[in-house]
Design a protein around this ligand. Structure first.
Ligand code: FAD
Length: 324
């Protein structure tokens, strides 16, 4: 932790209090790792961070359920989210989409600190390609509610919230208040595939799929790409393997594949095609049922926050100093 420029920590959830040099503080697992110069703040940008606007005492209810869906407060922690699918509050709901929650939480491969402190909102606002809360929320067509300094409020699909590697649609001072996951998406049959170069590594490729009650197919690509990419097929136009591959090709230009220590773009591209086809085959019931990372092939609920079990696919490697 290197935050020796902080002059004040202000407990507030009011965007009107924001001024240049401020950062919203949620779980702090990014801010306290990257320090006062987090996110490239240079003297020429107005200097390092001066104040932290602490959301820790917001008191927002982490999870609110209704027949319309699930509202997650931005301050909902990964641990709280992980508990939801097994909680009494969702008992009796016919929401197969809940099956995505735990594999996405497990995709953090997180330490105790990250698991218990980091928040859904903090992960989405950090906007890394491998943000597993982005994968989850974008894959389930969730919308983000954003509060502005002038008392404004707007909603944005989470799939559009992230605009690139560590960039998003937030204007200075805007606060992510909550994320709403609609019941329609939760009612879908879902599939999940993830690959990492190392057993405890950050996601290099993470795809989710949905077969909606209306018969439509939605594929969401994250981690492989700098921002989420969604492919949608109406029930009347479900793709075969060739059509899906052609759609992936059309939707993701070469430069959109992410390039960092966690995977070369060529590998991410190849694995995106491969995992997209596995999801298509699984959801359209073409007899192929291949277990992906974290995915329990028996179809029974995921048991614990186990570490990844599936071996990563062969890949060109880069030396990583550690898993993250
Ligand atoms: C061991 C380890 C493993 C990790 N693995 C991953 C990983 O696999 N994938 C990944 O994406 N990240 C990973 N991280 C990074 C980080 O822990 C997560 O992204 C985490 O979810 C961030 O949440 P937070 O609540 O701690 O954010 P904070 O550190 O509190 O904030 C992060 C950023 O978001 C802003 N922010 C937070 N909340 C809001 C809000 N409500 N409105 C507006 N802005 C807000 C902050 O101002 C700051 O700019 C890892 C970190 C560690 C230490």
């Amino acid at each position: 932790m290197d935050m020796n420029t902080i002059e004040a920590v202000v407990p507030t959830t009011d965007p009107a209090e924001w001024r240049d040099g401020d950062a919203w503080l949620a779980g702090g697992t990014v801010l306290f790792s990257y320090g006062s110069f987090a996110f490239g703040r240079l003297v020429s940008d107005g200097g390092p961070l001066r104040r932290l606007l602490d959301l820790g005492q917001a008191g927002w209810t982490p999870v609110t359920l209704s027949d319309a869906g699930i509202e997650l407060a931005a301050t909902c922690t990964v641990a709280e989210l992980y508990a939801l699918p097994e909680s009494a509050s969702v008992a009796g709901r016919s929401w197969p989409g809940l099956d995505l929650f735990r594999p996405c939480c497990d995709s953090f491969v997180a330490s105790f600190k990250v698991w218990n402190m980091s928040t859904v909102g903090g992960n989405i606002c950090t906007s890394l390609p491998a943000g597993p809360m982005i994968s989850l929320c974008a894959g389930l067509d969730a919308t983000a509610t954003i509060l502005g300094p002038g008392g404004s409020s707007r909603t944005v699909p989470v799939a559009d919230f992230v605009t690139g590697d560590a960039t998003n649609c937030l204007a200075p001072g805007e606060l992510l208040r909550s994320i709403f996951v609609p019941a329609a998406a939760l009612s879908a049959k879902v599939a999940f595939r993830r690959l990492s170069l190392s057993n405890l590594g950050r996601s290099g490729v993470l795809l989710t799929g949905r077969l909606d009650p209306d018969g439509g197919l939605v594929l969401t690509v994250t981690a492989a790409t700098k921002r989420p990419v969604q492919l949608r097929f109406a029930a009347a136009g479900l793709p075969d393997a060739q059509q899906l591959a052609a759609a992936v090709e059309r939707s993701i230009p070469a430069e959109l594949y992410h390039d960092d220590i966690h995977g070369l773009p060529a590998w991410r591209r190849d694995m995106t095609f491969r995992l997209a086809e596995k999801i298509r085959a699984e959801l359209l019931g073409e007899g192929i049922r291949v277990s992906g990372d974290f995915w329990n092939a028996s179809g029974t609920p995921h048991a614990t926050s186990a570490q990844p079990s599936a071996a990563p696919a062969p890949a060109p490697t880069k030396e990583a100093p550690n898993g993250h």
